[in-house]
Design a protein. Structure first.
Length: 482
């Protein structure tokens, strides 16, 4: 009996241990499935005080010199400061400086980014050696993802120190931000003369005095636009305005600060970047908000059918050097949107439309098609020898109301020569059509300042913002001689 009792006890103990082990194992599995705490990033507010704070070894990362940026005028000054002993000293170049006619770039966080959700603005102090206008200042550009850029333009500088404020459109988005400061300065406001700019005490703050937020899309306008099946539409001109002690401050803001909505997703849907995809015939209105505040402006699309393409070219391929056309074999092109920072505002590029494609530019001031950029070896292609070609052709469709003073300037240049040879021809409003295709043929002899056409590398379209949204197709050079 004693032996049996011990066996019973043994079996009970074994069962207990087994159950306990299984329970422990299950409990451990459950704990393992619990979500890990979200990664946290430092909340460091300072960007530059007497020294750069937590920035990369480069400290100042310049805009691309190929776009005209001067990299030689950035440093520090131990004899001038708003507080303490040291400031940033920037020598803004003259318009004729051979090393670049403007200076600008970014400051980037050394680590994985900062949590800026506890702040409502970036602030800094500035002064200049003369009264001038500082072109662009902001944050959120890191030259990597550039997810949440914000910028403020045309700040008036004086010879005395003054504080400037760049409001954050929605701080809840900035949980991991690497782009801590951006500036761009040129001599447009000083008659082309260079000057000295000082910056100090750059940091993020929770001012608590910014209020009455008024976000907007499309410049706050109620835009009525014809839509086409399979042709996306980009929502542009995004801003946030807040009231400060010194009055309203308006900044340009990334689409990622906004939440976009379509009134009819059967007709059109819109993604987080404000790109509208047209799905079917009908009407849809695109609106947006930042946080709980509805943005001024909307896009009402009326979709009646498919896209109407420009008339197909009929020239023999042997007479054509094509930059962009479904009718010909295009030569290699470095890029269809030059993205000449920081002054270019133009968005867009090649846009697929079913089995074909067009070029769509929005928010346009100027934009270049670059087909000979030796600055970036990966993008370097041969220039065009247009010596024996006679004309430039392109089809253009203006997607807005045309005013009498509207124009498009066309520039051809030997992009990588030093100094570059360039010449312009103006296309007036009378030569353009509203929401219809206009075929433009320009004799290359009209580009009189382009004294050599042996290595043409850049085709530039410049509207000076008189025209914002255009489609382009069938861009090519050709020989019209028999």
């Amino acid at each position: 009996m004693m032996h049996l009792m011990n066996n019973d006890k043994m079996r009970k103990v074994s069962r207990t241990l087994c159950i306990t082990s299984i329970a422990t194992l299950l409990f451990s599995c459950v704990r393992d499935e619990e979500p890990l705490p979200a990664a946290t990033f430092p909340t460091t507010a300072e960007v530059f005080t007497d020294v750069p704070v937590g920035l990369t070894d480069e400290f100042f990362i310049s805009f691309d010199p190929a776009g005209g940026a001067n990299t030689d005028g950035f440093g520090t000054d131990d004899s001038e400061a708003f507080e303490e002993t040291t400031s940033i000293r920037i020598e803004v170049p003259s318009a004729t400086n051979a090393d670049g006619s403007f200076i600008g770039g970014i400051f980037r966080d050394r680590g994985a980014g900062r949590n800026l959700t506890g702040y409502d603005a970036l602030t800094f102090w500035a002064k200049a050696s003369t009264t001038a206008t500082l072109g662009t200042v902001g944050f959120g550009t890191d030259f990597i993802e550039n997810k949440f850029p914000v910028s403020r333009s045309n700040l008036e500088l004086s010879t005395d120190w003054k504080q400037y404020i760049i409001p954050i459109p929605d701080a809840s988005k900035l949980t991991q931000e690497r782009g801590l400061f951006l500036f761009s300065a040129g001599s447009q406001s000083t008659g082309g003369n260079g000057y000295t700019l000082w910056l100090d005490e750059i940091k993020f703050e929770n001012l608590g005095t910014l209020a009455q937020d008024r976000p907007s899309i499309l410049g706050g306008q109620q835009v009525l636009q014809e839509g086409f099946l399979e042709v996306p539409v980009q929502i542009t001109n995004l801003t946030q305005t807040l009231n400060s002690a010194d009055g309203d401050i308006t900044v340009s803001a990334s689409p990622l600060y906004f939440d976009f909505t379509s009134s009819n997703e059967t007709v059109a849907v819109v993604d987080e970047m404000g790109l509208v995809q047209v799905r079917s015939i009908g009407e849809a209105t695109i609106t947006a908000k930042i946080g709980n505040t509805v943005a001024n402006g909307s896009l009402n699309l009326n979709v009646e059918g498919g896209f109407v393409f420009a008339q197909a070219p009929t020239l023999e391929a042997s007479k054509v050097v094509s930059l962009f056309s479904d009718a010909y074999n295009d030569i290699p092109v470095s890029r269809y949107n030059s993205f000449f920072e920081p002054f270019q505002t133009t968005l867009g590029g090649v846009l697929p439309v079913g089995s074909e494609s067009i070029i769509s530019y929005t928010n346009m001031n100027f934009v270049g098609i670059v087909f000979n950029d030796v600055t970036f070896p990966a993008e370097a292609v041969a220039p065009i020898d247009a010596t024996n070609l006679t004309h430039l052709h392109f089809d253009i469709n203006v997607q807005e109301e045309i005013q009498p003073g509207d124009f498009i300037e066309i520039e051809l240049s030997d992009y990588n020569s030093d100094p570059a040879l360039a010449a312009r021809v103006t296309i007036s409003a009378s030569q353009l059509l509203e929401r219809k295709w206009a075929s433009i043929d320009i004799p290359l002899s009209d580009f009189t300042a382009l004294t050599s056409r042996s290595r043409v590398g850049l085709l530039l379209f410049d509207s000076d913002k008189t025209i914002s949204d255009i489609y382009l197709d069938n861009i090519y050079f050709y020989d019209d001689t028999e």
